[in-house]
Design a protein around this ligand. Structure first.
Ligand code: PGA
Length: 687
């Protein structure tokens, strides 16, 4: 049972706001990670180092973790935004936040790494800001987890898998592409167009970082820490000193860009940044890990630079031995400079990667697989497009990538909306249909004497006890059979009913049989309102209303018949007629009593004529009848009301009729008089 507040408008709003906040954050976080998987990989390595676990895992593991994290966050985010697989998604989101929140709390407390890296380089938060953000997101995750069904769905269930797989594949392909080349959007200070020297400047008036030196001194075996201000006298002996950051000041985006020549040890940073000509920087943060697949191309490029008078430096943080090994392996003749490892990893996300600089401005960057070759370098750089600054427009890139996701997404939604609308409607109906009773009821009418009837009932009893039906079966017999048949009928398998009962309780009504009498035979059902009784015995809606009430009062279930004549059908008045019949005799009932009514739609023109309504005709009016019930008693009662079809129903047409979402079985006349015929119809439910 759902509590009332869970269905309130206010709560639904809260759930959907939380779902969008959480979803958008996950999508952003997953997207920026997929754009720069190496960035996350380096961050994971930093974490492993901080926790002393870097040796435990092979390098491929943090890289896989980085890609998986990007895909997971992006997919969960999209699932939340679109309302796909709501239960599973909200559980996953909660699980992620339950893991992340305590972890970021620990990071904020201990500060092993200054920036958690949750949004890559796109948005750098402090550890406490990250923790605060996670507390908000955890709250959102709890809210959506409590009532995931309140999240509005933008897709039908059928499309969920397609969209789910598409989101995963999209994030995987994006991450794979950015790994194989370079991040399609560069969030780092070395992006194309940036001036490295400008990135190193500290603006005037910016707060400088304050350092303090602590001195550990010893006297009489006691150690104590002093600062410059309270430095003790000479009776204390100096033990050690350490410099600590007291207050972190402004740190320019580029702060460790220092090139030191491997050969001379000279700092050539300024020389390189001030050079008016072109400089190629081959960035290999560690030569031992660099991909050797493109060494020929690199050597050719170096030759090209020498021929044309351009500078070319390889930058690495590796030891001189490792660099020597690289030279031996690749025949590299270009000069090497030593640079900080993190700076190199930040400059180009490829090992090796290439950067073209002129007067300190980054003109272009290449991953190893994209480096320019002889076909690109056909002349002087000054005359080639390659020598000009590459045009980058992040918004445009974002738009194009977005379209790669959004266009297929919209197409999927459109296809879903157009082609599945009808099917989905039927799917829902079929789900609802499975909630109601499936019934096949026989109406013997005025056929068979006592012996014949008993024989048929016995045969049916045997056959259906041996081969259990998967629907409710009822036989409605003339009054005189009831008591005898009730004695041997296995009523767990076959229900017993009368074809009529009186509209009076008891008394001087010669020839009538009351509902109480019917019940006393052991019968549980009664057919009321059959068109033959309405027509030949002039049973009016008022009389039927009485009969229905008496039957229900005596604990009988009513199979209430409605249906139009041929003239009425030809005048297209069938809907009006059935509605009036319901209103005239059963819509006065309480919802509780109405639940004991089984409706049988029997077009008079099809009864005993061999003319059956087509399955579509029958479905159409059954759906209409259900909508009338829904209008009167609500959707729940309507979904639970069994509506049978009657009128020349046989084993041959029953399967097609019963397959319709609003047809819940049949009321069978002629074909219920022979065991095999009747069984054939019952078995239609097994098809
Ligand atoms: P029928 O009769 O199957 O013989 O057409 C149906 C009925 O009147 O209930």
């Amino acid at each position: 049972m759902r509590a009332k507040w869970q269905n309130s408008r206010a709560w639904k709003w809260v759930v959907n706001i939380c779902r969008f906040m959480l979803g958008a954050t996950f999508v952003f976080s997953g997207f920026v990670k997929a754009v720069d998987p190496l960035g996350t990989y380096y961050k994971i390595q930093d974490y492993l180092t901080a926790f002393g676990m870097q040796q435990l895992l092979p390098d491929i593991v943090p890289l896989l973790m980085s890609v998986l994290l990007a895909v997971l966050e992006f997919a969960v985010g999209m699932h939340l935004l679109l309302g796909i697989k709501r239960r599973l998604t909200t559980r996953l989101a909660l699980l992620i936040m339950l893991m992340m929140t305590p972890l970021t709390f620990y990071l904020a407390l201990t500060n092993p790494i200054s920036d958690c890296g949750c949004f890559g380089d796109a948005l750098v938060l402090t550890n406490w800001q990250t923790f605060g953000k996670n507390v908000v997101l955890l709250t959102c995750a709890i809210v959506v987890f409590i009532t995931p069904w309140n999240m509005v769905r933008f897709l039908t269930k059928k499309m969920e898998w397609t969209l789910s797989n598409f989101s995963v594949v999209f994030a995987l392909v994006l991450a794979g592409y950015c790994l194989a080349t370079l991040p399609i959007i560069d969030f780092r200070p070395y992006k194309i167009g940036n001036n490295i020297r400008e990135g190193m400047e500290i603006p005037e008036g910016a707060k400088p970082t304050v350092f303090d030196t602590r001195f550990i001194m010893e006297k009489d075996g006691v150690k104590q820490t002093f600062t410059v201000d309270n430095y003790p006298d000479s009776t204390w002996t100096f033990v050690s000193a350490e410099t600590v950051v007291v207050e972190k000041g402004y740190e320019p985006p580029i702060h460790d860009f220092v090139m030191e020549s491997l050969e001379t040890g000279e700092d050539i940073t300024d020389e390189m940044l001030d050079d008016p000509g072109y400089t190629f920087l081959l960035v290999m943060h560690r030569t031992e890990e660099a991909d050797e697949g493109y060494i020929d191309l690199i050597n050719e490029l170096y030759e090209y630079c020498q021929e044309n008078g351009y500078k070319f430096y390889a930058l690495s943080s590796s030891s001189s031995e490792a660099i020597e090994l690289w030279r031996d392996r690749t025949g590299a003749e270009y000069p090497f400079c030593i640079m900080d490892d993190i700076t190199l990893k930040t400059m180009v996300r490829s090992n090796p990667g290439l950067m073209l600089i002129k007067e300190g401005v980054v003109l272009n960057k290449w991953a190893d697989s994209q480096m320019p070759d002889e076909y690109d370098l056909t002349g002087k750089l000054e005359e080639l497009p390659l020598g000009q600054m590459k045009k980058v427009n992040d918004l445009c890139t974002l738009g194009i990538v977005g379209l790669w996701y959004i266009v297929p997404l919209l197409l999927i939604i459109l296809i879903d909306r157009i082609f599945n609308k009808k099917n989905n409607k039927n799917d829902n109906k079929l789900i609802k249909k499975s909630m109601r009773k499936k019934i096949v009821a026989g109406n013997w009418k005025m056929n068979m004497n006592l012996q014949e009837g008993v024989a048929l009932a016995k045969e049916l009893n045997e056959v259906l006890t041996a081969d259990k039906p998967n629907c409710d079966v009822v036989i409605c017999t003339p009054f005189i059979h009831l008591a005898t048949v009730a004695q041997f009928l296995n009523q767990d398998v076959i229900g017993l009913g009368a074809e009529n009962c009186a509209d009076k309780v008891k008394g001087a009504f010669t020839g009538e049989v009351s509902a109480e009498m019917v019940k006393s035979t052991g019968a549980q059902y009664v057919i009321l309102g059959h068109s033959e009784r309405r027509e030949y015995y002039k049973e009016t809606p008022e009389i039927l209303k009485e009969k229905v009430q008496l039957a229900l009062a005596n604990g009988l279930k009513v199979i209430f018949c409605i249906g139009e004549s041929l003239e009425e059908r030809e005048a297209n008045k069938q809907n009006e007629v059935v509605k009036a019949e319901l209103e005239g005799s059963v819509f006065n009932l309480s919802a509780e009593d109405f639940a004991k009514i089984i409706i049988a739609y029997e077009p008079i023109w099809a009864i005993g004529t061999g003319k059956t309504a087509t399955a579509e005709q029958a479905e159409e009016i059954h759906a209409y009848i259900r909508s009338c019930v829904a209008d009167k008693y609500g959707a729940k009662v309507a979904d639970e009301t069994s509506i049978l079809y009657g009128g020349s129903c046989k084993a041959s047409n029953a399967p097609e009729l019963f397959a319709k979402p609003d047809i819940d079985g049949g009321l069978i006349g002629g074909a219920s008089l022979k065991c095999a015929d009747f069984k054939g119809i019952i078995d239609a439910w097994k098809k």
